[in-house]
Ligand binder design. Structure first.
Ligand SMILES: [Ca+2]
Ligand SMILES: [Ca+2]
Length: 546
């Protein structure tokens, strides 16, 4: 049974454009087909590869341990590339792998030009790049430029005196305030004050995040040059790009601290550096959670992609209210606001927020309906490791509360769950014996089967990455529906946000003259009356139409 057929049979999800009635299922329509693997190879070789790729975020520490010390590492990750390839992943994003004091899980870098020895060596990283590229997979890495660790040599020097060569590389003040920094003076994101007294230098330094994460002073041109050199260092090694951490916060000013003009200018410099290396991309972590437009410049001079947090961080609420309006609004905003060529980065979870399982409040249909939007809306999906297994949260805290979503990947039911032969650095998440790859791999109704099927449906179909998207008027707040189309093919995706059966009237005549359900329950179908989409409670589905 093909994965797609398996999906029909097993998802609790429906897509039906003209009625999901049991007796009205249309004859399978004959649509033109292509050699999808060949199409995929071609799309992923082109300049627009990142718009067609499925990305996958990995916490190296928690993915695969290769030497039994309980800490995931680069060699371990390399040994799992075939798993990712089979799942349908085209590119991986590595959370920080540089040396770190580990006060913020690696987002406190102590050396920008090396690999955390717990994770391996530069040679291990180069071997990972080679192994990924051999499989036609790309690797991007986290680039954390707003701040360093307080253990970084730059900060050690800067704090040593008021007159050393790097004295002005960080943001220093005689008092725990600065009139030129009108934000965050009272409180940091983590903790009570954004200013920390350094007893050696006898001044306060500014930290937007933990006290062990002093902000770099980008008003010093040497800092600009040094950090652009960090990008060059990794690009020269062959890395395919960067996910740029809190990049809007680089520069502060008296009034604003988020993506002020000076920060935009820096991003444009970074983009020029990236463009010196063909085929590399940068994706922004916006600080503005409801509008990423500012990060995309004119579509070719700032970021290639920015995360769509208006959906990614807030999708759980519309399921709670059973009202799609907020999701309609956030996708309309990106459709209307984005410059040509810019691309949404679509997430439903990450290392910063509770796992999709938790956000869905344990309701697999919510998780699947949200993932179906993520995987059918116009944009590039970034799957967080373990989402495809519906990993449960952990309860041990090593660094901070976010560790609940950073527990080890679960490969099998053995004591170390295939992650380690030793003692894991953090306890496994809940229900590890019931929800792991070994259990889910061949279970037709598993979360893994769901992801595997939808990713197969995306494979090689350019329409998902670059085709047009219309958010359809459905005549009801309970149903979210998308129409995706390009010159070759078209799809309708529909999601019933509610816990009752719904019939949506799609305000687009002739949408389904021919329709074939490609994902969703067998009993669901697209009606033949020109635009009626019937969705049982808590269901979602995808139809190919023409
Ligand atoms: Ca290890
Ligand atoms: Ca800053």
């Amino acid at each position: 049974m093909s994965m797609v057929k398996k999906l029909h049979a097993t998802l609790g999800l429906c897509l039906s454009l003209f009625g999901c009635g049991d007796d009205s299922e249309p004859e399978p329509a004959a649509f033109p087909e292509k050699d999808w693997p060949a199409e995929a190879a071609s799309l992923l070789d082109g300049d627009d590869w990142y718009r067609h790729a499925v990305f996958y975020e990995i916490y190296v520490r928690s993915f695969q341990d290769s030497d039994g010390d309980g800490i995931g590492d680069i060699k371990g990750l390399t040994s799992r590339l075939d798993y990712l390839k089979e799942l349908g992943v085209d590119a991986i994003w590595l959370m920080p792998i540089m040396p770190t004091a580990f006060k913020d899980s690696g987002y406190d870098v102590s050396n920008y030009q090396d690999v955390n020895p717990e994770y391996g060596t530069l040679a291990d990283f180069e071997a990972l790049l080679a192994a990924a590229h051999e499989r036609k997979m790309r690797v991007i890495m986290d680039l954390v430029l707003n701040h360093t660790s307080d253990q970084h040599a730059w900060f050690t020097e800067s704090r040593s005196s008021k007159t050393n060569p790097k004295a002005d590389w960080y943001v220093w003040s005689d008092t725990p305030s600065d009139p030129n920094i009108g934000c965050g003076t009272a409180s940091a994101v983590f903790g009570s004050s954004a200013w920390q007294l350094d007893s050696t230098r006898g001044q306060y330094y500014y930290h937007r995040f933990y006290p062990e994460q002093p902000d770099l002073n980008y008003r010093n041109p040497e800092v600009v040059d040094a950090t652009l050199d960090v990008a060059r260092f990794w690009l020269a090694k062959g890395v395919d790009g960067f996910r740029c951490d809190v990049i809007g916060l680089l520069y502060e000013s008296a009034k604003e601290c988020d993506l002020i003009p000076e920060t935009r200018d820096y991003v444009k410099k970074l983009r020029k550096v990236v463009d010196e290396y063909p085929g590399r991309v940068i994706v922004a972590e916006p600080s503005n959670l409801t509008d990423a437009t500012g990060y995309l410049g004119n579509g070719s001079d700032m970021f290639h992609m920015a995360f769509h947090f208006g959906f990614g961080y807030f999708w759980t609420f519309p399921f709670g209210s059973q009202n799609a309006t907020a999701i309609v609004d956030t996708f309309q905003k990106s459709l209307n606001g984005f410059p040509p060529g810019a691309q949404d980065g679509l997430v439903i979870g990450s290392h910063d927020v509770p796992r999709a399982f938790s956000a869905a409040q344990g309701d697999d249909t919510r998780h699947q309906r949200a993932a179906l939007i993520q995987l059918t809306a116009k944009g590039t999906p970034f799957i967080y490791y373990g989402e495809e297994l519906a990993l449960r949260p952990g309860s041990q805290q090593v660094v901070d509360l976010r560790d609940a979503a950073r527990t080890p990947m679960l490969w099998d039911g053995s004591p170390g769950h295939g992650f380690t032969t030793g003692k894991p650095w953090i306890a496994f998440g809940a229900e590890a014996d019931s929800f792991n790859l070994e259990v889910e791999k061949d279970a037709p109704d598993s979360m893994y089967a769901f992801y595997r099927s939808l990713l197969e449906l995306r494979r090689g179909r350019a329409v998902w990455g670059t085709g047009e998207m219309e958010v359809l008027d459905t005549g009801t707040n309970s149903v979210f529906a998308l129409y995706r189309h390009d010159d070759f093919m078209a799809y309708v995706a529909g999601v019933n946000m509610s816990e009752e059966d719904q019939v949506a009237e799609l305000a687009r005549p002739g949408l389904g003259q021919r329709a074939e359900r490609v994902a969703g329950q067998d009993k669901l179908a697209l009606g033949a009356d020109g635009g009626k989409l019937s969705l049982p409670a808590k269901s979602a589905a995808i139809f190919r139409v023409k």
